[in-house]
Design a protein around this ligand. Sequence first.
Ligand code: AGP
Length: 610
Amino acid sequence: MCGIVGYIGHRDAWDIVIKGLKRLEYRGYDSAGIALMNGGLKIHKKAGKVSDLEAHTLHEDRSGTTGMGHTRWATHGAPSDRNSHPHRSGDGKLSIIHNGIIENYSVIKEALLAKGHVFSSDTDTEVLIHLIEDIHSDTTDLLEAVRLALNEVIGAYAIVIMSQDSPDQLIAARKGSPMVIGVGEGEYFIASDATPIVEYTKNVIYLKDSQIALVKRDELVVKTIDNIIQTPYIQELSLQLEMLEKGGFEHFMLKEIYEQPRSVRDCMRGRIYPIEGKVQLGGIKDYADKLKNVERIVVIACGTSWHAGLVGEYLIEEYARIPVEVEYASEFRYRNPIISEKDIVIAISQSGETADTMAAIELAKERGATIFGICNVVGSSIPRITDAGVYTHAGPEIGVASTKAFTAQVTVLTLMALYMAQQRGTVKQSDLVSMLTELDEIPTLIEQALKSDEKIAEIAEKFKDSSNCLFLGRGSGFPVALEGALKLKEISYIHAEGYPAAEMKHGPIALIDEDMPVVFIATKNSSYEKVISNIQEVKARKGKVIAIVTEGDKTVKEMVDYIIEIPACNEAYLPLLATIPLQLLSYHIAVLRGCNVDQPRNLAKSVTVE
Ligand code: AGP
């Protein structure tokens, strides 16, 4: 899940490439590198962040109007200077940056070693540039050599190639990994997503799978790797530059937590009509009839998106009365699942680029299912391979730990559940009016929940040195507990688990002692009384309990160590409110532990390889 940037034009490539890499650093930050065409191919690379590369090249000649850069998330070869990209060919004349994995690289490497090629890194990427060099020795046309080489590799790639002998061009190609080309006046920009491009041009081309592009200052040729010329489709970006800035917050994650009243509002805009009791989802309206008779819905996703899927299961079964199964995409794709044309499969992904989810979609499509997508990144791959879908409109999410995208995904699933109920007549019109009227209030209630921030920071102080933590909930509070545990794990590196509260007695209660913090979702709803007895079980073993409670709850307050109040709401909307304090708790604990909240170790924002 690396970030790649390329530029050819009349401006200094260094500034554009380095700035672009910083925008993409949420994709991976194990090492960074840049290649410039300036009286030959100049390469600078260093393990660590882009800022380390800048420091490392302070006194280097940074001129050149053609360049490319890479920020790495290590897959093949440990994070190190020699495994950093760009990589060179054996003769040093070709260079490559790559996002993805070449699965058959070791076979190719064996063959090239037998031909006398010498490798200086452990990466799959270096093998690809040596293969291109090898083929190029037989054909003078570099574009053709790249095309032929790509026909030999298996795996995912977004690559940019520079050649010392052809200094006025870049060659780019993609399969499985994302790539955007920005179209300027006498200049072109290449990147993994639009964030490095938006400040220079709004006109972009999303390169399709198995397409290769020859990019010159005043010419762009796109064809397939089967050598069929393509007419690229230029579209206008809706992204705004300021959306990519921190807006005065210390971290993108905190900014994105505070954006949730707006992002949930934007997600509902033009989709709910409380007075009429109507939900409108233009993206799936053509499937209204299918929804009336569908017998099963299968949700596929990874990580936080999978947790949103679990909330969707509760809502769709409760209101639309359709059985729902929620699958880890990575397991689903290798499990030979029973899927047919009768099924609707909902794929959830913030980035729209998660490899396991994309492969699971392809499998479900092969078996005839109708595929809906719920995505946040406009123009990403998943919206282009699904039959229909709904964007979450949460805006760019830069923090690796997903926050506003989760609540936006849950909002879309709530709208879908009520839309399906509307199609199937499983909820009375009057109830739809009251539920949508309450849903319309949720952004305001989220604003209120955010007001506990300071109190949560104080509680975080008490638990910042914990080494474990349990999150417990019932009903839709269970996936919220899972999400709370994931947030704490991924940004503070504290081991945490989410569990259905009633499952405690079947094992995990053995973990409870005075050193085990336990976070309960204990708001007033249908399982309130049950949760209270689960709290008593934990307190009986001296566990330290933090409880998320409904404003004014005195009962739980008496029983636990710390309470965090959230406004009362319809039980259906609990996940949209109860998640907020869990996001803030993890955020403050991670900050107090000095962790890099926006770029946690070993993680990346979109997982574009298996
Ligand atoms: C969540 O905070 C993580 N970044 C991760 O679990 C993420 O949800 C997962 O990789 C799925 O990503 P997607 O929604 O972009 O497909």
